[in-house]
Design a protein around this ligand. Sequence first.
Ligand code: FES
Length: 87
Amino acid sequence: MFRIDVDNINQKFESLYVYGEQSILTELEEHNIILNHSCRQGHCGSCILQLLSGEVVHQDCLVPLAQGEILACRAKPITDIKIKSRN
Ligand code: FES
């Protein structure tokens, strides 16, 4: 099981415990943390988050990402992670 530390996403600060089988976007939704999203397929870029620590496995996406950015709809944690909204 992995811990997702949420550091201010839609004004939420929480720790979630997940199995790493679902996307971060889905995990957040299941914990009532609302994140902007649209396509859920790595195309639109509206779900970009900042990965502050830890590692994720990231499926292919069409959105150019800066260092430390992930797409919540395409990423799953493979270690404990800490994430926050993109500034
Ligand atoms: S919801 Fe469109 S890229 Fe994640």
